[in-house]
Ligand binder design. Structure first.
Ligand SMILES: Cc1ncc(COP(=O)(O)O)c(C=O)c1O
Length: 421
């Protein structure tokens, strides 16, 4: 059969599924909740009357219950959640923080914003940080690791926590891309010292822009509350256990919190559906030669929000990216050197050049930083190799058997024509 890439009939002419999950389900529930807030005319959280009944306070309770932590703090983005978490965990100027070389650029940006220094670590084929490489990158200045549960895949938390304990590192979980995911029966975000979530539109559930910090530590929670708002914390604690310091404004609005309350109610059903979709997608592609899946894909570590498979060579992935897309199913090679995708470390221009906003090199050139770190395309070659052979196709909870039949056909048709390795 002639490939659509070469002018043949495409397998599919209908659009492929949307990239949104919670965002697709915005409906009556969220509408009513938001309207109730408007009717109350209370759109700012910290009004003195009924502080505990605010939408944001309710959302925090729901989140802590869902994740299984003692505390949750709502903030206005995933990035601000990471910044609050780092500060709250006591990470600061001159500290090195291990991060994976594959994550959204905000993970690196959050580290630099508090004067700490990101140290890049390889990922493995699970798409998450390689615990062995992570251990090798520890120096006397390493204070923390941000582990990122990418594309719905949970990190190997047993091995990560063992390395962290052995080297006395703080663990921050970036759960922005795996909200609702779990590892060995426990929700992501509840393993490390502190967990961070994003509620931006392309995440599992959304309120447009928003974030959440979760922790079991009263001290970390209090410090995060202070940093998210340098004044309002006085209304939050009956007893303050930590000294005060200057905070920022990372508050969430009542409208966003109300909308999130509608979304979090839907989460259990949504994630049941994404996991089931992923299992079916893997079944459908099971006998396909020429491509392979990482063993962790489809396991409990996989929330099921995207489909990734590997080829033997980058040329094959490059071919499949174009050929499957031409068949009507958008496919993306995760590392395509021609694209400036901000999930891949080589494209983090500020980091590669150690450039700050003022024409200098903060924090790398500051006297408080005693270590030395270099960033270049060779910093994490294994990550680039893995990602250049990884083809990604988006999934959502609404995929039907017909969609999966198209997927199977498009993959079979194109793989049979791909260059040999
Ligand atoms: C892994 C990861 N970390 C952090 C963030 C930052 O979240 P936000 O966009 O809500 O600031 C994102 C969002 O894209 C992300 O994917």
């Amino acid at each position: 059969m002639k490939l659509a890439l070469h002018g043949g009939e495409p397998v599919r002419t209908r659009p492929w599924v949307s990239k949104f999950i919670g965002g697709e389900e915005l409906g009556q529930e969220e509408r009513e909740r938001v309207l109730r807030v408007l009717e109350k005319k209370r759109i700012f959280r910290y009004l003195p009357e009924g502080l505990d009944e605010s939408e944001t306070a309710q959302l925090e309770k729901e989140y802590a219950r869902f994740v299984g932590t003692r505390y949750a703090l709502a903030v206005n983005s995933g990035t601000s959640a990471l910044i609050c978490a780092l500060v709250a965990a006591g990470i600061g100027p001159g500290d090195e923080v291990l991060i994976p070389a594959y994550t959204w650029v905000a993970t690196a940006g959050a580290v630099v914003s508090i004067g700490a220094v990101p140290v890049l670590c390889e990922i493995d084929e699970s798409l998450t940080i390689d615990p062995e490489d992570m251990e090798k990158r520890i120096t006397p200045y390493t204070k923390a690791v941000i582990v990122v549960h990418m594309r719905g895949m949970s990190c190997d938390m047993d091995r990560i926590m063992a390395v962290a304990r052995a080297h006395d590192l703080r663990v921050i979980e970036d759960v922005a891309q795996a909200n609702g995911g779990s590892y060995k029966g426990r929700r992501l975000g509840s393993f490390g010292d502190v967990g961070c979530f994003s509620l931006q539109q392309s995440k599992v559930i959304t309120t447009g822009e928003g974030g959440m910090v979760v922790t079991d530590s009263e001290e970390i929670w209090q410090r995060a509350v202070i940093y998210h708002d340098g004044a309002m914390y006085q209304f939050r604690f009956t007893e303050r256990k930590v000294p005060a310091f200057a905070g920022q404004n990372y508050r969430l609005t009542e409208l966003q919190a109300a909308l999130s309350l509608g979304q979090i109610e839907k989460m259990p059903e949504l994630i049941k559906a994404t996991r089931a979709v992923k299992r079916r997608a893997l079944e459908v592609l099971a006998g396909q030669t020429g491509i392979y899946f990482a063993p962790a894909f489809g396991s409990e570590r996989d929330l099921g929000i995207s489909l990734v498979f590997y080829t033997e060579t980058a040329e094959q992935a490059e071919f499949l990216e174009k050929a499957i897309s031409a068949e009507g199913i958008p496919a993306q090679r995760i590392y395509n050197p021609e694209l400036n995708d901000q999930h891949v470390y080589v494209n983090w221009e500020f980091l590669m050049n150690k450039r700050d906003p003022w024409g200098g090199s903060f924090p790398w050139d500051q006297p408080f930083y005693k270590g030395s770190v270099d960033y270049n395309a060779d910093s994490c070659p294994r990550t680039l190799d893995i990602l250049s052979r990884a083809v990604q196709i988006r999934l959502n909870h609404l995929i039907t058997d017909e969609d999966l039949a198209d997927l199977k056909q498009a993959v079979a048709k194109t793989v049979s024509a791909m260059p040999t390795s």
